[in-house]
Every structure is written in structure tokens, then in C-alpha cells.
Design a protein around this ligand. Structure first.
Ligand SMILES: [Zn+2]
Ligand SMILES: [Zn+2]
Ligand SMILES: [Zn+2]
Length: 257
């Protein structure tokens, strides 16, 4: 399977429109970060999306996502859910309802935000609404998507609960600034850890790059990729300072696992 990073930017994306900082003006494509999202490519025609980011349409076109067979939601912050309406394109081509998975809390926030999909007005006029089903999951209760076994685990993002996912030897832990003990146990013996690291300066809901490095050095996955970076992180400059085995992710990065 391939784990592909569709976006590794923070909630604003990078560059920020109008910002004249060195990273936002940089010509390095690795400093061009769309909103954080990923896809698990199990087969050429079986893809599991993690979150429907604000940039889903652009990411799908840029990174060759031609099917979406299921969506795993980490949490309901805008940068992770607002591309949900763009699932319609896949409904048109696949002619199937797309199952979406998240905790009850995440799904209830999605329902509130996208009320027009889930409580349709009888008088609704217009094109087809997204055809999705909402399927509740619980942390630490593994489930299967065809042959893929998914282990959801709890992360804390300030006071917000976020769902991380372990699939085989890979774990995806975006949007977090603490890892509960029970989840920590699930993050041992990994081949690959994809971990939140917003910037160098402290933040009250995200790990910093130094905190992410400390976690990677304790958990010792074979490889660690950092995601959800802000425009204060220059790819080349930050990469030079990272220890062996820890790298910044970039949009389009493919991780075989
Ligand atoms: Zn986010
Ligand atoms: Zn900037
Ligand atoms: Zn968030």
C-alpha cells in the first residue's frame, strides 16, 4: 500500500494570500502546503481518504485521486471537513454512496455544518447532494475497510478530541499536542509515524517541531514525517536541522508501507 500526503499545511495553507514572508514568497514547491490530508492507496481503484480538506478538489486533481472508497475523519475543524461537498465528483463517477467514519462527536459536528446534506429540505432545488453515509467509530476499536484493518486512537488537540489512525506499521497523528498513555502504547514498533508539528514557537493545540522530534526519539519509529506546518517553517532550512530518520512531509509525498 501507499500512504500519500495530499496536504501538509496548517489551517490557512501555505503560502498565505498577501503574506510577503520568505516562505510564502519561496519558489520551492515543498513550501507550497495545502491543507493537511492524506490518502491510503490500497489498490489502484481502492482509496481511503483521511479527511476532506478545504483543498480536496485541487488535491485530487494534482495527486491523481480518481476514486474515493471511504473517508476517515480525524476531527471536525474546518480545514479537515470543508471539502466534503467535493465528494460529489466521486459520487458522479462511481455511482456509489461513500461511507465516512468518525467518532460520534465528529460526525455530529459534520452534520451540523453540512445540515443541507443530512436534513434535506423537502423543497430543495438544484444538483445532486453529496451521497455519503456516516458511520460512528470508537477509539481503540479496530474495524476493517475491505482488507485494511484500521485502529483508531485518541489524541488531544488542546481540549478537542482528535482521532489518530494506525494502519499496519503506519500511524497518522495530525492535529495534536498530547498523546494519551493508551495511544502511546499503540504507537510503539512503527515503521512510519506521521506526526503534527506546526512550527518552532509554542502553540496551545499543536506540537512544535522540537516536541515532535522528542516524541519520535522516544517512540523510535523507523521513519517520522512531520505535517500541518505553518509558513514559519522553511522546508530546506528546517530539514537541515532534523535528526536522521525525521523529515518534513511535503504535498505529494508517497510513503510505501
Ligand atoms: Zn488542522
Ligand atoms: Zn508567510
Ligand atoms: Zn484541528
Amino acid at each position: 500500500m501507499i500512504f500519500k500526503i495530499l496536504g501538509c499545511g496548517t489551517s490557512t495553507g501555505v503560502p498565505l494570500p498577501g503574506c510577503k514572508c520568505a516562505v510564502c514568497l519561496s519558489k520551492n514547491p515543498k513550501n507550497w502546503r495545502s491543507r493537511t490530508s492524506a490518502v491510503i492507496k490500497a489498490r489502484s481503484d481502492f482509496n481511503v481518504l483521511i479527511d476532506t480538506s478545504t483543498d480536496l478538489r485541487y488535491q485530487s486533481l494534482t495527486h491523481g485521486v480518481e476514486h474515493v472508497n471511504a473517508v476517515l475523519y480525524t476531527h471536525a475543524h474546518a480545514d479537515h471537513i470543508l471539502g466534503l461537498d467535493d465528494l460529489r465528483s466521486f459520487n458522479f463517477t462511481q455511482r456509489q454512496i461513500i461511507p465516512c467514519y468518525g467518532t460520534r462527536k465528529t460526525l455530529s459536528e459534520i452534520k451540523r455544518c453540512f445540515y443541507y446534506i443530512f436534513e434535506p429540505d423537502q423543497e430543495y432545488e438544484g444538483g445532486m447532494l453529496p451521497q455519503v453515509s456516516l458511520n460512528p467509530i470508537e477509539h481503540y476499536r479496530p474495524f476493517n475497510l475491505e482488507a485494511i484493518s484500521v485502529q483508531p486512537f485518541l489524541l488531544m488537540h488542546g481540549r478537542t478530541e482528535v482521532t489518530g489512525f494506525r494502519i499496519g506499521g503506519l500511524a497518522y497523528a495530525t492535529d495534536c499536542n498530547s498523546i494519551p498513555n493508551r495511544s502511546w502504547e499503540l504507537l510503539k514498533n512503527l515503521d512510519c509515524l506521521v506526526l503534527d508539528a506546526l512550527r518552532y514557537e509554542p502553540h496551545n493545540t499543536h506540537f512544535t517541531i522540537d516536541q515532535a522530534i522528542a516524541i519520535a526519539e522516544e517512540l523510535k519509529p523507523a521513519r517520522t514525517y512531520l505535517v500541518h506546518m505553518s509558513h514559519t517553517v522553511d522546508y530546506d532550512e528546517a530539514s537541515r536541522k532534523l535528526p536522521e530518520g525525521i523529515e518534513l512531509a511535503y504535498d505529494g509525498l508517497e510513503i510505501p508501507f
